[in-house]
Write a protein that binds this ligand. Structure first.
Ligand code: AMP
Ligand code: GLY
Length: 422
């Protein structure tokens, strides 16, 4: 089997490492991949958003199966384009990827089908939004409609902050067309849980739950990032809550997408908040999370390729999806200064002994040397029988990896550990 993976971050590295466990996989192409992924796959210098070149490459290189991992190509119709060339894919078509591509779409979907989420209003007119904010409950949450590199959400603690956010999205267009429409929604509180799921449009199989750490600094301080670390499972997500989410959120979402003629196949990511009034959807993603994937897939005991193909073929109900009864912790090593300004080009040393547990997010390969090439550089994942040991293991690994200006949080998993003890 010749597999193509679209994308080039730590998530894609985790997907590739897992796919390689299947002996029928003879070749994996990563488009574009990165300097670290190059150790595990053939990297091809084609950008993840260059749909024409991706499909051309796939057709010319006898690719048997494609995995489209990032949000942008999914929303742009990469799966549709590959399928048109006869290449089966893991991932939703554009008409279903809209569940992440448009917050207005996903909020309206949840309202129409009674799926619990924060109360909200949609605005296409800036003055109307500003007038609404005169009396809206504070804190409030302002969201750009479209994709915004994960930065399109502002939690406003004051009325002025909320108005500034609206102006920056709708007048200054800091997120471009993504700010043509905005959602202003109720501020919710409670622990957050990420639940990734496999679905073939009929059956939905939740993966092991996880917890992201989005802020740059220890104790959840500093700016929001793409994620500084993860643990799985998430101790807040009890069996009872999981059953409630299946009944009130997961199954209704799959049914709603079918009813809208937008059958979703692939990985549907439920970003949940466990509020005092029950679990609510904070966001849907049409793809694997990053860095959630770096703790979830290492715990998958079933064959990833088989499960992915079952989502494509509609045979998920008959396919085993089993996770280890263990804990995983991933600590992200970033470049100092991330998520704002940072330097890159520093040589990285990753001991061979830990390579299997390292997922490279941002690196380039120059004359055989691995150099840092991004804000998030890599993630190190440890698996153990307890969360405490997994955290310890991940930090031990991080201490053996070196590059100048490396930065990581020191408290990944600390909140989960505390919750688990209560
Ligand atoms: P998102 O990009 O949708 O994942 O949002 C980023 C983060 O903003 C989430 O992980 C939450 O921590 C927070 N957030 C989003 N919506 C709300 C909300 N309605 N209430 C409170 N926090 C929120
Ligand atoms: N870790 C959050 C995301 O992938 O969107």
């Amino acid at each position: 089997m010749r597999i193509l993976v679209v994308g080039g971050g730590g998530r894609e590295h985790a997907i590739i490492k897992k796919l390689k466990e299947n002996p029928s996989v003879t070749e994996i192409f990563a488009l574009p991949g990165n300097g670290g992924i190059a150790k595990d796959a053939t990297c091809v210098d084609i950008g993840a958003k260059d749909i024409d070149k991706i499909t051309e490459f796939a057709a010319a290189n006898a690719v048997d199966y494609a995995v489209v991992a990032p949000d942008d190509p999914l929303v742009l119709g990469c799966v549709d384009a590959l399928e048109a060339k006869g290449i089966p894919c893991f991932g939703p078509r554009a008409n279903a990827a809209i569940i992440e591509g448009s917050k207005v779409f996903s909020k309206n979907l949840m309202k129409k089908y009674g799926i619990p989420t924060a109360a909200y209003e949609v605005f296409t007119d800036m003055d109307a939004a500003l007038t609404y904010l005169e009396t809206a409950p504070i804190p409030t949450v302002i969201k750009a409609d479209g994709l915004a590199l994960g930065k399109g959400v502002i939690i406003a603690m004051t009325r002025d902050e909320a108005k500034d956010a609206v102006r920056s999205m709708m007048a200054d267009k800091v997120f471009g067309k993504s700010g043509d429409q905005i959602v202003i929604e109720e501020f919710l509180t409670g622990p957050e849980v990420s639940v990734l799921s496999f679905t073939d449009g009929k059956t939905v199989v939740p993966m092991i739950s996880s917890m992201d750490h989005k802020r740059a600094g220890d104790n959840d301080t500093g700016l929001n990032t793409g994620g500084m670390g993860t643990v799985a499972p998430n101790p807040y997500y009890t069996d009872e809550i999981a059953a409630e989410c299946m009944e009130k959120i997961f199954l209704p979402t799959i049914a709603a997408m079918n009813a809208e003629g937008r059958t979703f196949k692939g990985c549907l990511y439920f970003g949940l908040m466990l509020t005092p009034n029950g679990p609510k959807v904070i966001e849907y993603n049409c793809r694997f999370g990053d860095p959630e994937t770096q703790v979830v897939l290492p715990l998958l005991e079933s064959d990833l390729l088989t499960v992915m193909q079952a989502t494509t073929n509609g045979t998920l109900a008959e396919t085993e999806v089993k996770f280890a009864d263990k804990n995983a912790c991933c600590v992200i090593m970033a470049s100092k200064g991330y998520p704002t300004a940072y330097e890159k080009g520093f040589e990285m040393t990753i001991p061979e002994a830990v390579w299997n547990n390292v997922y490279v997010a941002g690196a380039s390969l120059k004359e055989g040397k691995l150099l840092t090439n991004g804000g998030r550089v890599l993630g190190a994942t440890a698996i153990a029988d307890s969360l405490e040991k997994a955290i310890e293991g991940a930090y031990e690994m991080v201490k053996t990896i070196h590059f100048d200006n490396a930065y990581y949080r020191n408290d990944i998993g600390a909140k989960a550990l505390k919750a688990g003890r209560n």
